[in-house]
Write a protein that binds this ligand. Sequence first.
Ligand SMILES: [Zn+2]
Length: 47
Amino acid sequence: MKGLCLACGQLVEAEEVAGAGHVVLVKRCPEYGESCVLLSTDATYWN
Ligand SMILES: [Zn+2]
């Protein structure tokens, strides 16, 4: 999927990663590298 980079505002590759009780969106910007955004602290987000 894609997400907006917080540093430069470009649409970059992004991946949802489920951790222990939370879901983060990891964005990979070619200029600014990886950044993580917390999507949800609810593990049932996926259901
Ligand atoms: Zn960027």
